[in-house]
Design a protein around this ligand. Structure first.
Ligand SMILES: NC(=O)C1=CN([C@@H]2O[C@H](COP(=O)(O)OP(=O)(O)OC[C@H]3O[C@@H](n4cnc5c(N)ncnc54)[C@H](O)[C@@H]3O)[C@@H](O)[C@H]2O)[C@H](O)CC1
Ligand SMILES: [K+]
Length: 540
């Protein structure tokens, strides 16, 4: 008798469960130690190591076939094999590509191999696949598969492998790295001696932390995850209570957006953001921050600027309530002169800093005493650093978000780990010490909360490396925060969504205008295009 047809609900639940598992796996980032412990659980549960290697390498071989295309004859594939199971993976790939009809050549410079790796080498040779110890022998290959080292790399790569890797990089041929580009530290992404400059990196099972570090970006190429069905239970059992490090994914970012809006609402229910920004010297920063806030869809936007900037802001943002404040001789805000019957607690959130100059110290001190969720950026951060980051923030009870770039970060947190070496560690320490959510800008922006959880934005564009981009982010984040701050969403998730949204707008703009065409004003105009591209133009 045929098994009962699962009800639509059961299928939907199963589908949603699969999506939940896949979505969760795509967010998780692990260290080498965590990966080793997770794989140990799988082996302890009975999965033979050789079977897992066969499964993984089969998936890799099929992805390579997708990339090379079915035209096997024209592709000579060079397989670089190391002493461990990364090399084992590569040798299984060699065998499978050989059976698919590709011309395969192997580079195997190591004498001592792990047992399983040694067996695969022996079988590949028995099939007549040429095997060499000199990298020059593979100089005619069209594409190379890098199975030298994976997450087992423990120390600096030395000769003769270092020279072979440098030679490979000089050839400039496409290189597909298995798990990580050989030579990259699995956790920090630093180069251990030298490293393969990959065209593609097929990360196996779970995202390795090193692949998402700024210092790895010149080496990883286009990264993708090869999911080999690691049970989520095994992952969670190993990660346990350790604070998570997660990739900001599209699904996670979109889930935080205040969409769809309730059919019955009004402008004050959709958040009221107070921006405090600008000076006679930096009027543009105020405009760009305000345009970022406009792009967030915030219900009401108030902008406090020096009086001499008031008409300029009104001309750019007629919908905003522009508050002209008394100004210093240098053209900075001297006093926050809010409209009658309003004070700082009248707003859902406050964003303060872009273009302020350091002559607005008293203003930053005032907003720090407010009970509102507060974002500090640019000169707001420089002034906080002068006031003393930790002692100043320890007095605050409400949510604080800091959005420094690396330079501002080192001024704010001079005693914290070097943000250039290990951004995850640095941003975690800064958040724990300050009690603030800290967004450390970079090619891979990292966000930490005081409990040690970290979000990393895995995708951005060098097009954003322009003056004013950060101002747009501050406004966007402020507007988003003002809309959702009362919706029981963790502050770091809101910050992660703003970082994702901002980067996606840059990517979208660069796709249409090249990486040279994304000035900050243009960036602000592409913000809503991201949601349309995601098919979320206001409708789920
Ligand atoms: N765990 C598994 O069974 C599976 C792992 N997968 C793949 O295998 C690697 C991890 O394998 P492992 O053998 O632990 O490490 P590596 O392959 O990276 O090999 C490291 C190997 O090299 C030695 N070594 C370390 N540093 C150096 C150095 N600087 N110079 C020379 N030799 C060095 C070290 O002693 C090790 O023996 C993982 O990335 C996956 O690719 C499969 O995907 C699934 C099964
Ligand atoms: K590798």
């Amino acid at each position: 008798m045929a098994p009962p047809t699962p009800s639509v609900n059961a299928l939907a639940l199963e589908q949603s469960a699969v999506l939940t598992r896949n979505e969760h796996i795509s967010q998780i980032i692990v260290t080498a130690t965590q990966m080793r412990d997770i794989e140990a659980r799988i082996f302890a549960a009975g999965m033979p190591v050789s079977a897992l290697m066969e499964k993984v390498a089969g998936l890799i071989a099929r992805r390579i076939q997708d990339i090379l295309g079915q035209d096997c004859i024209s592709s000579r594939v060079g397989i670089l094999t190391g002493p461990g199971h990364n090399g084992g993976d590569a040798l299984v790939v060699a065998r499978e590509l050989h059976f698919m009809g590709y011309e395969v050549w192997i580079y195997s410079p190591f004498d001592k191999l792990k047992e399983l790796t040694s067996q695969h080498l022996q079988y590949a040779q028995s099939l007549g696949i040429p095997c060499y110890q000199d990298i020059e022998q593979l100089s005619d290959c069209d594409v190379l598969v890098d199975g030298l080292f994976g997450f087992g790399l423990e120390r600096k790569i030395t000769e003769p492998i270092a020279s072979a890797i440098n030679q490979l990089n000089e050839w400039g041929k496409p290189i597909i790295s298995i798990d990580l580009p050989s030579g990259l530290h699995t956790d920090t992404g630093e180069v251990l001696g030298t490293a393969i400059r990959a065209t593609y990196t097929f990360c196996l099972g779970l995202w390795k932390q090193g692949l998402l570090q700024d210092q790895a970006l010149d080496y990883v190429g286009k990264v993708e995850l090869i999911d080999f069905d690691i049970p989520l239970a095994d992952v969670l059992a190993v990660l346990g209570d350790t604070p998570e490090i997660k990739r900001i994914t599209r699904a996670a970012a979109l889930s935080t957006l205040p969409l769809p809006r309730p059919p019955v609402t009004h402008k004050y229910k959709e958040g009221h953001l107070l921006l405090i920004c600008g000076s006679r010297r930096y009027a543009g920063g105020a405009i760009l921050t305000a345009l970022g806030a406009r792009g967030s869809g915030v219900g009401m936007l108030s902008i406090a600027v020096p009086e001499s900037l008031k008409h300029l802001l009104v001309s750019h943002l007629p919908e905003a309530l522009v508050i002209g404040c008394p100004e210093t001789e240098t053209g900075a805000i001297a006093q926050l002169q809010l409209p009658d019957n309003t004070d700082l607690s009248s707003f859902s959130a406050i964003a303060c800093g872009p273009g302020l100059t350091k002559d607005a110290t008293s203003i930053v001190e005032e907003v720090l005493t407010s009970d509102r969720p507060l974002i500090l950026d640019a000169d707001g951060l420089n002034i906080l650093a002068q006031l003393g980051t930790i002692p100043t923030l320890q007095k605050r009870q409400s949510a604080t978000i800091l959005t420094p770039h690396t330079g501002e970060f080192s001024r704010l947190f001079p005693d914290v780990a070097d943000a250039k070496h290990d951004r995850v560690k640095a941003v975690r320490e800064a958040s724990a010490q300050s009690g603030a959510v800290v967004l450390l800008k970079g090619a891979r922006t990292a966000i930490a909360n005081p409990q040690g959880s970290v979000w990393i934005n895995p995708e951005s564009t060098p097009a954003l490396a322009r003056g004013g981009s950060g101002d747009v982010l501050t406004g966007l984040l402020g507007g988003l925060l003002a809309q959702v701050v009362n919706k029981e969403i963790p502050i770091e998730d809101i910050v992660a969504t703003a970082a994702w949204w901002h980067a996606q707008a840059g990517i979208l703009a660069a796709r249409e205008r090249t990486e040279l065409g994304v000035d900050a004003f243009t960036l602000s105009q592409y913000l809503l295009g991201v949601l349309n591209a995601e098919g979320r133009g206001g409708v789920i």
